[in-house]
Each structure stands twice: as structure tokens, then as C-alpha cells.
Design a protein around this ligand. Structure first.
Ligand code: UD1
Length: 417
């Protein structure tokens, strides 16, 4: 199995190009199922999760052509409405084919994603939304089975803010008959990007990026073209790496307006941050970060997908930071690994108290989920000696060429095995 080896102690310097967002491209690939013609998607990151989604789409019968960071999906040949367990179990986001299949083909059978390392993650809100739009939904033998002759526009009030449920119901509503209003919708930039892509295909959507999204259903969507928004989590991860190592790094092709909460915390940590168009420059030379307190919450508050990285920062910062995880029940699995590197962290339920230490020391550690793996690499970048990170397949799910990008900034990092 492949591992990543990091030798700590080098301040990062230089420019890093940010890729398209994993969490935007996955729903957008699924949205292509709604069209009557080919959909061209640009700025697609090369990620394991993208390959898994393409496997699901090709299993359904879609034609797929890939050329560098461009992917063309031709949904006209789709002949199946079944997303099998073997694929869905490896990636929860495959549940996002539910809405498009149901809206376009009147039926969908999607395996229940099941639990995952960071919590139980139910899909009740996805199901509730489809039912509100008039679908018959049953959960049988581990499958969500949904059917409807034609979905009908409706008011859907989500019980809690869910990114995936908002996306799934939005994709279903665009082909429903009449008007739908999604209340308590998630406001993440990836939802806005999905809505932009749907609009490029002829959908009529207003209010994406606010808690109320209004959709006027249309009879058909045509093919279209869309470029995926920059990955705010990848951007944040590189900026934290720069801050922790006392570096000076510019993230290019980024979307600073999607990163307010993260940039704010980096400034609190003592970083100088300059924004110029799609470039974000962070300067932390000759300084040790100060600890920051973090509470994760739906956008525009601080993203749960940056929690582990900021915990790594607090591990070596001056002072103590309190980290509160409110989105996922089991998202502190990186703590035990960070302890192996010499961190001082105490966890009580959803809260962790991190006391900064002067030095971490390199050790073998194990990645447990996607963002946890990133936090271990960050810790490795500042730890004395060598840190070897095992189970890095988690990392390849969501970061494009992370070791090449970090090497480009001067880090001593390599993949082995
Ligand atoms: C998406 C992101 C993930 C991010 C998360 C929260 C993608 C592909 N993944 O995941 O990286 O960490 O948003 O920002 O975009 N919930 C329910 N019932 C539901 C749906 C969700 O109870 O039907 C709960 C979940 O268990 C969790 C919370 O809602 O506690 C938020 O989950 P959700 O926003 O749906 O996350 P995902 O869309 O799965």
C-alpha cells in the first residue's frame, strides 16, 4: 500500500495552482444525467471520487469522454436507473444520482450509502425532499427505490441544513412540473456552482446561495458547458500549510470570496493575507501562529472540512485553542494520530482543547478519512524528522497531486510503495 513520507522543517514558498472543487464537480457530473444532450465540464480535478462518479454514470449507460481537465458526458444513452451497492458504498456522494434519475427517467434505485468513518450520515432529508415532490419512495433491501410519473413542484422545508439533500432535491426540482421552493437550503458555494451549471443547461433557479431556493420547473434541459468553481478546501489546506511552516505562499486560480471564515481565522492566527483577484497570498515568515478557536457550522460559517487542518495548526501554535465540531459526530479521528506526533489534545464529546507545543516529532501515522489525512501531512511538514502516513487512498479521493503541489512549494515529501 502506498504511503507518503514527509520530512518536516521547511517553510513553504511560492505559488500553487488550485484545482476545481471536489464537492462541486461530483453533483455537477450527476446533473449531466438531466440533460437531453452532451454536457461539457471544465476544470475537473483528477481525483479518485471523480473516477468513482464516472463509473456510476457509465454503469447507468452514459457516454463519457475525458480530455485533460475536461469531461464530456452524453446522457442520451442512459438505460439503467440502478446505482449499485459496490459503487455507492465506496463514495457517499453517489446518492446524488437519485434526484436526476427520478426527475429524468421517473425511477431510481440507489443503494443506501451506509455509515462512514466520520459518522452515521443518514439520507432522510434527501428522501423527504423527493416525497415532497410527489415521488413514491421506499427503502428496501438496502436500496432507496423512488418512482414518479412526473415530479410536481412543491415547498420543501429541510429539517436541518444538508448540502447533499439540497443538491439532490434541487436537481429533481428543475424538471418538475411547476414551482418548487426549497427552504432551509444549504448555502455552500458548491450549491451555487451546481445551480450555475443547471442554469447553463436551461434550468430556471433563483436564490442559490441563500436559505431559500426557488425553481421553476422546465420540460427539458439541453446540453451545456460549465467550468467548476475553485476548491476552497484545497485552497484553505495550502494556506494553513503555509501558516504552520512560517511560509509565504500564493494560491492562484482561487475564489477568495468563498473563504471568508477560513481567511478570518488565519488572520487571527497572525497571518498577513492579501487578496488580488483570484490570488490569495499568505505571509507568515519568521512567526509562530497563535492558537485559534473554531466552531464548525454550515456555510458561511467555518467549514467542517477545514476542522482537522486547523487542529494541526493549533497543535504547534502559541496558546490553546478550543475546537467545536457541530456537523459530524465522529470527526476527531485525527486526534489519536496527532497525539502520536507529540500534540497535546483533550477531547470531550464534540469539543477538543488543543494546547500548542513547541515541536512535534515525526512518527508513523495512519490516515482515517480525507481531511484527517491532510491534517497529518500538515503536522508532518512541521514535525522534526520523518512522518510516514499510511492509508493515503483517503487523500487521493479529494486532493489532486497534493505531494507534487507541496514539493513545488519546497516541501520534502514523497510517495512510496
Ligand atoms: C457534504 C460534503 C462534505 C462536507 C459536508 C458538510 C460533498 C460531496 N461532501 O457532505 O465534504 O463535510 O457536506 O459540509 O459535497 N444529515 C442528515 N440527514 C440527511 C443528510 C444529512 O441527518 O438526509 C446530516 C449528516 O449526518 C451531517 C449533516 O447533516 O451530520 C451535514 O451533512 P450534509 O451537509 O448532508 O453533508 P454531505 O452532503 O454528505
Amino acid at each position: 500500500m502506498q504511503k507518503i513520507v514527509v520530512e518536516g522543517g521547511v517553510p513553504l514558498h511560492g505559488e500553487v495552482r488550485i484545482s476545481g472543487a471536489k464537492n462541486a464537480v461530483l453533483p455537477i457530473l450527476c446533473a449531466a444525467l438531466l440533460a437531453d444532450g452532451p454536457v461539457v465540464i471544465r476544470n475537473v480535478p483528477q481525483l479518485h471520487d471523480v473516477r468513482t462518479t464516472l463509473k456510476v454514470l457509465s454503469e447507468l449507460g452514459a457516454g463519457i469522454r475525458a480530455d485533460g481537465d475536461l469531461i464530456e458526458i452524453d446522457p442520451r444513452s442512459v438505460h439503467s436507473q440502478v446505482a449499485p451497492y459496490e459503487l455507492v458504498k465506496t463514495m457517499r456522494a453517489s446518492v446524488l444520482v437519485l434526484g436526476p434519475l427520478l426527475a429524468k427517467h421517473g425511477a431510481a434505485e440507489v443503494s443506501l450509502p451506509g455509515g462512514c468513518a466520520i459518522g452515521s450520515r443518514p439520507v432522510d432529508q434527501h428522501i423527504k425532499g423527493m416525497q415532497a415532490l410527489g415521488a413514491d419512495v421506499t427503502v428496501d433491501h438496502g436500496f432507496i427505490k423512488a418512482s414518479a410519473k412526473r415530479l410536481r413542484g412543491a415547498r420543501v422545508v429541510f429539517d436541518m441544513v444538508s448540502v447533499g439533500a439540497t443538491e439532490n432535491v434541487l436537481m429533481a426540482a428543475v424538471l418538475a412540473e411547476g414551482t418548487s421552493v426549497l427552504e432551509n437550503a444549504a448555502m455552500e458555494p458548491e450549491i451555487v456552482d451546481l445551480a450555475d451549471c443547471l442554469k447553463a443547461m436551461g434550468a430556471r433557479i433563483e436564490g442559490a446561495g441563500t436559505p431559500r431556493i426557488t425553481v421553476e420547473g422546465v420540460d427539458r434541459l439541453h446540453g451545456g458547458e460549465h467550468a467548476v468553481v475553485a476548491d476552497r478546501i484545497e485552497t484553505g489546506t495550502f494556506l494553513v500549510a503555509a501558516a504552520m511552516t512560517g511560509g509565504h505562499v500564493t494560491a492562484t486560480h482561487a475564489r477568495p470570496d468563498t473563504l471568508d471564515a477560513v481567511l478570518d481565522k488565519l488572520r487571527h492566527a497572525g497571518a498577513d493575507i492579501a487578496v488580488d483577484g483570484d490570488r490569495i497570498t499568505l505571509d507568515m515568515r519568521r512567526r509562530r501562529p497563535r492558537s485559534v478557536d473554531i466552531t464548525t457550522a454550515p456555510h458561511p460559517a467555518f467549514p467542517t472540512d477545514m476542522q482537522a487542518q486547523f487542529m494541526a495548526l493549533d497543535c504547534i501554535a502559541d496558546g490553546a485553542g478550543v475546537i467545536n465540531e457541530t456537523i459530524f459526530e465522529n470527526r476527531f479521528m485525527h486526534v489519536n494520530e496527532l497525539l502520536r506526533l507529540g500534540a497535546d489534545i483533550r477531547v470531550d464529546g464534540h469539543t477538543a482543547v488543543v494546547r500548542g507545543v513547541e515541536k512535534l516529532s515525526g512518527a508513523p501515522v495512519m490516515a482515517t478519512d480525507l481531511r484527517a489525512s491532510a491534517s497529518l501531512i500538515l503536522a508532518g511538514l512541521v514535525a522534526e524528522g520523518e512522518t510516514t502516513i499510511d492509508r493515503i487512498y483517503h487523500l487521493d479521493r479529494g486532493y489532486e497531486n497534493i505531494e507534487a503541489k507541496l514539493s513545488g512549494l519546497g516541501a520534502r515529501i514523497r510517495r512510496i510503495g
